[in-house]
Design a protein around this ligand. Structure first.
Ligand code: ZN
Length: 263
C-alpha cells in the first residue's frame, strides 16, 4: 500500500499498518481503538496535541500553512482580536528557545518528516521520523512536555520520567528497528529533543540506550500477538471501561466494592 505525507494518518493506512500511536492506543483500550479503525468513533482532539503540532510545524517549515488551517490558534474577539492566543504565544517562545540553542539545532539537523514502513512481530508498521540524519548516525524526535524533570505516574511502573510515561521508549525502539531494516545497517542513535511548556521554557536532548530499547521491543513482541488477533477480528476487543469511548457506551450491571476503584 502506497504511503505518503498526505495519507499517513488516514483510516485506510491505519487499518493496514500498525504505528506506535496505534500500539499505545491498543494498550490503553482495544475497544476504542477498533471503533476508531472502523470509523465508529473519533477521539476528541486535545489542546496538547494541537499545541505540539504547532511547534512541529516550525520544524518542518509549514508554520504559515498550519496557522491558516487552524484559525483556533487566534483570538476572535476583544482587544486581542486577530492575535495569537496567549497559550500559543508560549509555543512561539518555546520555538525561539530551541532556535537560539546551537546544541539543540545540531540535534535537529537532518531531513524532516521521513516516512518508512517495515515488518515487526508479524505485522506491517509505519513510522514517521521528525528528523532523519543517518550520515551522522542518528534520528531525532521533538517533544513538547509540561516539565522535563517532573515525575509522572504510570500504572504499571509507578513514578517515572515523561519519556516512560508517554511511551517514548516504545517509539524510539520501534523507529530504531524499522529504520535499520530499511537501511540494512546497525541501529542509529536516538535523540528526544524536549522543550517544556514553562515560562521560560526548559530544554534537553535525551537519548535511550540500546539495552532499554531491546527490553522494550521484547515487550512489544509479547503484546503484538494479541493486538494482531484483535485488529484482524479473530479476537473480540476488550473494553477498558474508563476511557472517553467506554464512558460514552457504559451501562452498569453490578455494584463495585470500593477497593476495586483504584485497582
Ligand atoms: Zn476504553
Amino acid at each position: 500500500m502506497e504511503i505518503n505525507k498526505d495519507n499517513y494518518y488516514s483510516k485506510e493506512i491505519d487499518r493496514h499498518y500498525f504505528s506506535v500511536s496505534q500500539y499505545k492506543s491498543f494498550l490503553k483500550c482495544e475497544a476504542a481503538t477498533m471503533a476508531k479503525l472502523n470509523r465508529d468513533y473519533e477521539e476528541p482532539k486535545s489542546d496538547a496535541l494541537l499545541f505540539g503540532s504547532y511547534v512541529h510545524s516550525w520544524l518542518d517549515d509549514t508554520q504559515d500553512q498550519f496557522k491558516e488551517e487552524n484559525p483556533i490558534l487566534f483570538s476572535t474577539r476583544g482587544a486581542t482580536k486577530g492575535q495569537m492566543k496567549a497559550e500559543y504565544k508560549l509555543a512561539d517562545e518555546m520555538i525561539k528557545v530551541l532556535k537560539l540553542d546551537p546544541f539543540v539545532m545540531m540535534a535537529l539537523q537532518g531531513e524532516k518528516e521521513i516516512i518508512m514502513t517495515g515488518d515487526l512481530f508479524g505485522a506491517p508498521w509505519k513510522i514517521r521520523m521528525d528528523v532523519y540524519n543517518p550520515r551522522n548516525g542518528r534520528f531525532a524526535d521533538l517533544k513538547t512536555v509540561k516539565g522535563i524533570y517532573e515525575k509522572y505516574w504510570r500504572e504499571d511502573i509507578g513514578y517515572c520520567s515523561f519519556v516512560e510515561a508517554y511511551g517514548y521508549i516504545t517509539q524510539m525502539a520501534v523507529y530504531t528497528e524499522i529504520e535499520s531494516q530499511n537501511r540494512g545497517g546497525d541501529w542509529l542513535e536516538n535523540f528526544i529533543v524536549a522543550v517544556s511548556k514553562q515560562d521560560p521554557p526548559d530544554k534537553a536532548v535525551i537519548t535511550v540506550d540500546h539495552t532499554s530499547l531491546n527490553i522494550e521491543l521484547e515487550d512489544v513482541q509479547k503484546n503484538m500477538e494479541r493486538f494482531i488477533a484483535v485488529k484482524s477480528g479473530v479476537e473480540k476487543p476488550d473494553s477498558c471501561g474508563t476511557c472517553h469511548y467506554c464512558r460514552r457506551n457504559k451501562m452498569l450491571n453490578t455494584v463495585l466494592d470500593y477497593r476495586e476503584l483504584i485497582g
